[in-house]
Design a protein. Structure first.
Length: 157
């Protein structure tokens, strides 16, 4: 099982978080909290068809989504280190971490919209990993593209 290794120069790593996903989660959490307030105030004002417990699922949902949003904004999705590329999944990242060494990567191909990244492990481009980049904010994607391309160009020299 791959695990992150201690590196001598941690300041030389680039970390990309799931902040793009965090925005969606926090918007849905805010809408859910608004429904909580609406139903809670309607019950508080004495509406006969609403009871106090009807607002609770919306409160629980908004708290859960806010926690997921904070997690996505803080934790890394892709880290470029001197050793290679570390890819962290959303669920159980310590257990399912994928570490790809620079020596394994032959080519990195981005699509035109910068929504997917293909890391190829052979010249035939038949083996590799496909990553969705929609979780990363769009302003950070050119930095990721430039960093990967320059690192691979440096490797070819």
């Amino acid at each position: 099982m791959a695990a992150p290794k201690k590196i001598a120069k941690p300041h030389k790593e680039l970390r990309f978080t799931r902040a793009g996903q965090a925005q969606g989660f926090i918007v849905i959490a805010a809408v859910s909290f608004a429904f909580f307030l609406l139903i809670g105030l309607t019950w508080f004002m004495g509406h006969p068809t609403f009871t106090w417990w009807m607002a609770l699922p919306f409160l629980i949902l908004s708290a859960l989504l806010a926690k997921i949003s904070a997690y996505c904004a803080r934790h890394a999705y892709i880290i470029l280190t001197p050793l290679g590329v570390e890819i962290f999944p959303l669920i159980r990242p310590r257990k399912h971490l994928n570490l790809i060494y620079w020596a394994q990567i032959i080519d990195a191909v981005f699509d035109d919209e910068l929504t997917t990244l293909k890391l190829h492990f052979n010249e035939d481009q038949s083996a590799g990993i496909v990553l969705s980049l929609r979780a990363i904010p769009t302003k950070k994607l050119p930095l990721l593209k430039r960093a990967l391309e320059s690192r691979l160009a440096e490797k070819e020299r």
